[in-house]
Design a protein around this ligand. Structure first.
Ligand SMILES: [Zn+2]
Length: 148
């Protein structure tokens, strides 16, 4: 038995054989040797099984990738952005008009109107800041889920 057909040499080529990376000649060498050598044939079977289980553990990663793509889907992302803009624009318009009406039509003296305006403005500012924090927290949650 020459060095080309020794078990060690075959074992070194087995992973390439499994991945189909060997030349036709090399593949034939491995084939012929495994037909004669139970040890190498058994080793190859184990290697193939091992690779199969690695591919199985890779599968959940593919699912995660799909989930990530779904979350970052550009169409729904754009739609969400437009929707948010519409809602915010609507709310801002109503608030501006209400403030304008209040300022123009109120019979209160200017300092009372100013005080009420400040109270409303402060309350709104707090509300928006809380909303912003919630949204950021939600985004972080999504990110964590994807990273698992
Ligand atoms: Zn062998």
């Amino acid at each position: 038995m020459n060095i080309e057909n020794s078990c060690q040499h075959i074992e070194e080529m087995l992973s390439g054989y499994l991945d189909g990376e060997l030349t036709q000649q090399e593949g034939q060498h491995v084939n012929v040797h495994m037909g004669q050598c139970a040890t190498c044939a058994h080793f190859f079977a184990q290697l193939r099984q091992l690779q199969g289980s690695i591919q199985q553990t890779r599968y959940p990663e593919l699912e995660t990738e799909k989930l990530r793509k779904l979350l970052h889907d550009s169409t729904s992302h754009t739609l969400q952005g437009v929707s948010w803009f519409a809602i915010v624009a609507g709310v801002v318009t109503i608030l501006v008009m209400a403030a304008y009406e209040f300022w123009m039509n109120s019979v209160m003296p200017w300092y009372e109107r100013l005080a009420i305006g400040l109270l409303w403005g402060g309350g709104l500012g707090l509300f928006v800041s809380v909303l912003r924090q919630r949204l950021i927290a939600r985004k972080t949650d999504k990110y964590r889920k994807v990273k698992l």
